[in-house]
Design a protein around this ligand. Sequence first.
Ligand code: SF4
Ligand code: SF4
Ligand code: SF4
Ligand code: FES
Length: 758
Amino acid sequence: MQMVNLKINGIEVEVPKDSTILQAAEKAGVHIPVLCHDARLNPFGACRVCLVEAVGNPRLMTACTTPAAPDMEILTNTEKLQKIRKTVMELLLINHPLECPVCDKGGECTLQDLTYETGLTNVRFDAEPNNTEVDHTNPFIERDIDRCVLCGRCVRICDEVVNIQAISFVNRGTETMIGTAFDQPWNCEFCGQCISVCPVGSLNNRVYLFKNRPWNLESVDSVCGLCSCGCYIKLDHEGNEVFRMNEAPEEGANHGYLCAKGRFGFEFINSMERETECRIRKNGDFETVDFEQALDTVSEKLGAIKSEYGSDAIGVLVSPRLTNEEAFLAQKFAREVIGTTNVYSLEPTTSLPEATYEDVENSDCVVTLNIDVTESNPILGLAVRKAARMNDAGLYVYYPSETALKRVATEMHTGTPDAVYAAMDELVAGKTKAAEALKGAENPVVVYSPYNTADLYYAQELKKAYPSLKLVAARSKNNSQGVLDMGAKNGFGPGLKETERGVNLRKGLENQSVKALICLGENVAVRTGWSEIERAYSHLELFMVTDPFMSETAKRGNVYIPVATYAEKNGSFTNLEGRVQEVQKAVDKGVCTDSDVIAALSAKLGKELTADVDEIREMIRKENPLYKDVDFNGGLVKYPYAIKGEFEKETVAAGEGSFYLYPAALRLHSGSYTRWSHDLAKVYGDAKLIINDKDAEAAGIESGNEVAVKAGDVIRVFAAEVDKNMTKGCVSLPEDYADTADLFTKGRVLKVSIEKSG
Ligand code: SF4
Ligand code: SF4
Ligand code: SF4
Ligand code: FES
């Protein structure tokens, strides 16, 4: 790499050739104030706060945009510069209302800090205040134009990173402001990235607005507990209440980016609907009991079932909401305390991580197979967008309807699922432009969903055809990968070592050989369907469910124990890259963790299992070869394979109707937790059936009408939403809802009939 040498305030520094003066100063340890600059965005040079002097050059230059040149001598804090910087600040403050005491950014505003830093006490210029009305039309963002300093950070992040261009500079000259095109409603992903970069109180987080002041808050570094992207977050809390999820650009693989549900959907942690008391069912109804009584009931029942039917009549089902340490403990509990190999996870072991976000960002060809990645895994979606926008990667998208990637995709293959799979057949056969691109690429990446055999088949075929490509299995839950790695899976021990197989859960429930199930945090009703619960689980003599809420599954259990969310425990999660990251406790809601439940239950059954995170981690290192040397604070696990197994190419489940129903991901929800967040529910509450406008017209359906969806014996009613972007002949419903789960149990895509019902 070519380097340049220069001096900053007399300090010699060497930097790569394309560095800016600001980057050189950072390297030299010299502070230059900035306002419009953000290291993640292209240089802009709007605010002039970073002006510096080069010896021998009468013109001042902006450090954030000027390249460092050989032998430059830069001065950053001369008397001349101090004077000019003060004037720059005065100009910035002309229109800025001095309402810091009531501004939500007070205490964390760059303009406030710079005013203090420059020692400015008086503004010499006068201007009419704008007094523009504050905009509340976005459910999550308050926009107060009067406070805007036109730094353009929000516009740039929305364009360069999120690629939505929901906001831009509108008007000209002194009338310039940040707004939406033609003052239309925000066409927005609600990611809040713009709020996070706004250096003043112009764009504010409405969920946090007027709730607290930054100096009252304590911040705990942790990992988002909602999807497998594994975003590094700062959990800002006062006492035992979480006030906001903040970003940390310099930490984590997500570069400080969060999605709508991670940033705004945390309310479920503080929810008044959280349960704090254990219940046991007596004569059909739940009765409140204390923790000891609940565990006594469970241990007695387990003892009786074990002596009557043997250990293999007991199973332990582990949710990917659990930390690695909890999942490890759960499988130990099953295998060593109960003495059964019946330990289950609903996650498939067929796909393992092969690529990082960095691999995706730096790829020159990305193919996405049957997944709406910006919705299902928003931060992985940002990496895909970055590859296409910043790296000019070819982007080939296969999905039934148009997705947000349309703006940057080289080719979109949309159509009915059968047509999409036919296009994927051509790709595998090497006949298409996308196939040529994959062949010619240096770092090709394929993103797919590992939950459907047909998609696994195509991912595997592509891997066979193009062995150099890296597969990204876009898993759904926060610790989908970790629970598998920890051995909480039938037939797989810690480190994914193949072990003795227990009873198949579905079969064991159906033939009623499984009599007791300890269900740790898994909401089966949402992941596999209501009717399955009603039919297969109703015979259980013991169905113990832990969950922070009285979930759809917990309601069907006979013992319920409320447990902590991710904000209330220590441990680690492993994300879709195979990155292990520390989860840290921020608040205490007066309930125990799943580890506490397992440890207490073990003690009652006569065996000690520790709930201490450090001790469990020691055991993991000893027993799990994949985690032997992994740093639990950001380390990457190296996996033995990317995809393994025999997969059927069956694409569409048989059905009788004329519409293809496919499950759509929702950026605003990812399972049971987020549906307890009322702020998210204001934007998207109950599940809606999306239908194409022409199909809707032919069936006499309008948005808001109730429509019955029939698939075999299952009939469910949903409100319709007419959308011209939906492919003709297709309808979609979101995953992660109890009333949609039943419709997807027979296969990813179903043929259904629909009928207006109200
Ligand atoms: S929330 Fe996200 S999509 Fe919406 S304007 Fe801000 S950056 Fe753009
Ligand atoms: S709204 Fe904030 S981020 Fe956007 S231009 Fe104005 S001051 Fe900058
Ligand atoms: S839900 Fe997923 S993408 Fe969104 S902030 Fe959490 S981990 Fe990141
Ligand atoms: S920070 Fe350099 S011009 Fe704004």
